[in-house]
Design a protein around this ligand. Structure first.
Ligand code: HH2
Length: 338
């Protein structure tokens, strides 16, 4: 019976001398929750965590495109699309997109994530040339001038290659190399850091009755499998970010089950990215049908992600999240610099 070990993270000021630092970050742990597919969870001391998992849990995460991950970092979302679920049509001219990019950086984004294809449930795929036309001129205009790395949110190697050519430094593939095999080769050849996100199904159909045996452990196993595939393709471990893919082929209950035990994903030994900003479950629980009204709920869940040690938060509302994060960091005692 495979056992999974989820560190129980704490930021309490009363840190025991023997506590271990989680992933070189801002949380510590002395215990783990041992999870299996058949029995109830059990809380075990860290001495019962197998050595290889302990190594994965405690190793500091290397910087990504020059961005250190020993503190939570904010990735600002910029969708240059007519149909993204929350900002579609707002930044779909090059001028508006550039202005928004500059605003996000001024407000405190550490990374800018630029996308030209909506992946919201039910979205239609966008042809490569259109995705390139939307994103590449904006990336070219911003690159080297905004002081933070740009990531390209695409599933397609041709788009990713053009974006890297224009100055993007990070790849964000919501299909985790399954949509276009060329992505793996591109990431391996260019050494560009890449985010591999879990999704069940593709955006067009993923919301139609998604099912899991055990959503937490299934997503964990599938991300572990994607990580192995990336390593086998020659992508260096230091260049890989993993993401449980909140909202991608998941019901409200699936999302909540994942969010409650996010720290499990640190056992994969890579930095974790969390994208919850303005997503549907926030509207459902927070009684906010309009995505524009979901900022407070998004900030609340982002801070929960920080308490679980998530290194990168993908958010639309940088200014508000930055303020919340600064205060959260100040009162939880690990400096005020984040
Ligand atoms: N979510 C969205 C898009 N890309 N990438 C990662 N790594 N993780 C996420 O959770 C994620 C993502 C969906 O949000 P958004 O970009 O705002 O909307 P749309 O796909 O409609 O453009």
């Amino acid at each position: 019976m495979t056992a999974y070990y989820r560190p129980i993270p704490s930021q309490d000021a009363a840190r025991p001398a023997h506590a271990l630092t989680l992933a070189g970050g801002w949380t510590w742990f002395t215990q783990a929750e041992r999870l299996t597919r058949s029995g109830p969870p059990a809380i075990v001391p860290m001495t019962e965590i197998p050595a290889d998992i302990l190594h994965a849990l405690t190793g500091p995460r290397p910087a990504i495109a020059g961005t250190a991950l020993d503190a939570p970092r904010l990735m600002g979302v910029l969708n240059i699309t007519p149909d993204s679920f929350s900002d579609g049509g707002r930044f779909d001219t090059a001028k508006a997109a550039r202005a928004q990019a500059e605003a996000l950086v001024t407000e405190g984004a550490d990374i800018l994530d630029i996308g030209g294809e909506s992946t919201r449930p039910g979205a239609d795929p966008v042809p490569v040339d259109i995705e390139i036309d939307r994103t590449v001129p904006v990336i070219a205009a911003l690159s080297g001038k905004i002081g933070v790395p740009i990531s390209i949110d695409t599933r397609k190697a041709q788009v990713a290659r053009a974006a890297l050519g224009a100055g993007a430094q990070i790849l964000n593939d919501v299909s985790a190399l399954t949509h276009d095999p060329g992505m793996a080769t591109l990431a391996a050849d260019t050494n560009a850091p890449i985010c591999l996100m879990h999704a069940q199904g593709d955006p067009k159909t993923m919301h139609q009755d998604p099912r899991y045996g055990n959503v937490l452990l299934d997503v964990y196993d599938q991300l572990a499998e994607r990580l192995r595939a990336a390593l086998a393709a020659g992508i260096h471990r230091d260049r890989i970010i993993l993401d449980p893919g909140i909202g991608f082929g998941k019901t409200l209950d699936h999302n909540l089950t994942l969010l409650r035990r996010l720290s499990l994903f640190h056992a994969l030994g890579c930095p974790i990215l969390l994208g919850v900003s303005r997503k549907r479950f926030i509207g459902t629980i927070g009684n906010a049908p309009d995505p524009q009204d979901r900022m407070p709920g998004s900030v609340a869940v982002a801070l929960h992600g920080v308490s679980q040690g998530m290194q990168i938060l993908r958010v639309h509302d940088i200014k508000e999240t930055k303020q919340a994060l600064s205060l959260y960091r100040a009162v939880t005692g690990k400096g005020t610099e984040a």
